[in-house]
Design a protein around this ligand. Structure first.
Ligand code: WTA
Length: 606
């Protein structure tokens, strides 16, 4: 209806509490990194906190349309912060807490955030991450570049009172790991503690009534040019799509306990840990840690602890667990499980079968969900128990989604075919623009094949009409379900004084799916040493984040190029794999370099 208004936070919380009478229902079980460290929050409590924090934001001068950067571990305050933004019509831009200071700074600057919300520190497995320190580095860089961001709200998480006092933690068992004395850098001109602001905030907060096309959030995803793209979603369509796809794809039932292992810093955590489940009044698990800590059975012990019925994870986690054999899985009951989901990258049939047979004991359907940050929700997916499955296929389109496969000249292919995966008509959750760059939005997604949305993925349709994603066909790669662009890694390498040229290609990896294989050309006077490769890896970690750490770095006195000077990555991919079947190399300007590169390949992980 034209002129109608809505608010997504109202629909997720107020409506569930007041109309559906779900106030006492658990919204989240929070499971900390350390077993024994846990908490829970009901729908009414969540509403209360969200209203308080929304008032905090308003008291800091935040208004509808402002951009707020959130850089936080997987804690309940992260959900509170994002919903508080949504309640007052501010756009959250969540940056995954594994990203570096440079990446955070770049994202703050790109959308002109006026405020940053972060936390003191957290543990991921054994590793202590002093997040505030990284945030401060990012803020310093922003300041150097003239950014007006003035306030930083900090959650006291690691040092929080109930667990941080000298062994007299109020929770049992005492969480020694959390009681360490960690120094958190503090800048009184800018920093404020979350709990201090919250202590005096009212829990009455009228939502900002929005148009369905008002902006909801920005989430950055890798762009093939190397600069991250600020994908923008809007209130109405995103809400509808996240809610509906969650309901049908997981066959949501009110008594479910649902667990999505994705970090909220990625789109899966936005749509299927926060917006989709809360819109349905679901109970979810929010897990701070990693699958391997304190041992490889952690996932299944959490499944048993909360009697998880619907479980959603990534192929990379499945492959990691599969490597450790069946015993750590079988040790746990898992009898509560009903549906298993997979997301983020193609799942190889071997991992699919292990997930189905070992984890689900052949009684749980698997939903292999193909979608993207840009699509807002599931595009190709089975519906559990309704769609006959094929291991490794995302099967068929979700309601309202019309896929097609095109050849290089943009012709639609019928029947059995392989080519570019595109979508023929819009769906409610489609991104509306790239923040501040509508032209790039048009050229990236709609220019190559006018009239279609181009995913950037290759796809095959079999004789039964099933869709099989074959992976990215642009200069992007997918490491453990995280999309990276070769260009961003190359530019990080090129910032090192010893490097004159760099080319990065995707290389198969047994656990991560794909990994980074880098070719680097040295400037005169530099030597290719272990020290240099270590420095280069460090450089990439610092510029982008640990997920982008290269597995292989090979010294290349030259790179194969076309006569017009374009690096031929197709050939570099073959060299990395030691595949001598190069096809046509007649267009190369310097074919002589190829033999040399084959002879100096790196065979083992460095
Ligand atoms: C890949 C993650 C095969 C694909 C939700 C896509 C998949 C990119 C699948 C988007 C799947 C995601 N099977 N490939 N089930 N799910 N992908 O934006 O290449 O982080 O284009 O969104 O991940 O990654 P993004």
């Amino acid at each position: 209806m034209k002129g109608a208004t809505t608010n997504i936070c109202y629909n997720l919380l107020d409506r569930n509490v007041n109309e559906k009478k779900l106030g006492d229902k658990i919204a989240f079980y929070w499971e900390g990194n350390e077993p024994g460290d846990s908490a829970k929050i009901t729908y009414s409590e969540l509403l209360h906190k969200v209203c308080q924090f929304a008032n905090v934001l308003r008291s800091q001068g935040v208004k509808k349309g402002d951009r707020i950067s959130i850089y936080m571990p997987m804690i309940l305050e992260l959900v509170v912060a994002m919903l508080a933004c949504a309640r007052i019509g501010a756009l959250h831009s969540i940056v995954f807490a594994g990203f570096s200071a440079d990446s955070l700074c770049e994202r703050i600057l790109d959308c002109g955030c006026s405020l940053l919300i972060t936390a003191d520190a957290f543990y991921r497995g054994d590793k202590l991450i002093i997040l505030k320190q990284i945030a401060d580095e990012a803020l310093q860089k922003c300041k150097d570049k003239g950014c007006p961001l003035k306030k930083c709200i900090v959650v006291k998480h690691l040092a929080r009172e109930e667990v941080a006092v000298d062994g007299t933690c109020s929770k049992s068992p005492p969480l020694k790991r959390l009681c360490q004395d960690v120094q958190i850098p503090w800048n009184p001109a800018m920093d404020v503690w979350w709990h201090e602001l919250m202590s005096s905030a009212s829990s009455e907060c009228e939502p900002e009534w929005c148009d369905s096309e008002d902006e909801l959030f920005i989430l950055y995803t890798s762009g093939s040019t190397g600069k991250p793209k600020g994908v923008l979603h809007t209130v109405g369509g995103y809400m509808l799509f996240a809610a509906t796809s969650f309901k049908y794809v997981f066959d949501y039932q009110p008594e479910d306990v649902y667990w999505c292992t994705a970090d909220i810093g990625w789109i899966t955590g936005h749509s299927y840990l926060t917006y989709g489940p809360l819109a349905n009044g679901a109970t979810s698990v929010l897990f701070e840690g990693v699958p391997t800590y304190p041992d490889i059975g952690r996932m299944w012990s959490i499944v048993d602890k909360y009697k998880v019925t619907k479980f959603y994870t990534a192929p990379t986690a499945i492959r990691l667990l599969m490597k450790q054999g069946e015993e750590p899985v079988r040790k746990h009951s898992r009898k509560s499980l009903k549906v298993l989901g997979s997301v983020g990258e193609p799942i190889n049939p071997e991992a699919w079968l292990w997930y189905y047979r070992v984890v689900g004991e052949e009684r749980c359907p698997i939903v292999d969900t193909f979608w993207q940050t840009e699509t807002g929700g599931h595009m190709l997916t089975p519906l559990p128990a309704a769609t006959p499955m094929k291991p490794g296929s995302a099967t068929f389109p979700f309601f309202g989604v019309v896929p097609a496969i095109l050849n290089e000249s943009g012709e639609e292919l019928e029947g059995e075919a392989e080519g570019y995966l595109v979508f023929k008509q819009p769906w409610p959750g489609i991104m509306r623009t790239l923040y501040g760059n509508h032209q790039q939005f048009e050229t990236t997604y709609f220019k190559k094949f006018p009239g279609y949305y181009v995913t950037g993925d290759g796809c095959r349709r079999d004789k039964d009409g099933y869709y099989w994603i074959t992976g990215r066909i642009d200069d992007m790669l997918n490491v453990s379900g995280h999309l990276l662009s070769t260009a961003e890694v190359e530019s990080a390498l090129l910032e090192h004084a010893a490097i004159s040229e760099a080319a990065v290609v995707s290389h198969p990896h047994p656990l991560k799916g794909e990994c980074l294989y880098c070719f680097v050309t040295l400037r005169d006077g530099h030597e290719f040493t272990k020290k240099l490769t270590d420095e280069l890896k460090k450089q990439v970690r610092e510029k982008i984040g640990p997920i982008a750490t290269p597995d292989y770095i090979q010294c290349a006195p030259g790179l194969p190029k076309t006569r017009s000077g374009k690096i031929t990555r197709r050939i570099l991919r073959k060299i990395a794999k030691n595949d001598q079947d190069l096809g046509d190399i007649s267009t190369l300007a310097n074919p002589g370099i190829i033999k040399h590169l084959f002879n100096s390949r790196c065979d083992t992980k460095q």
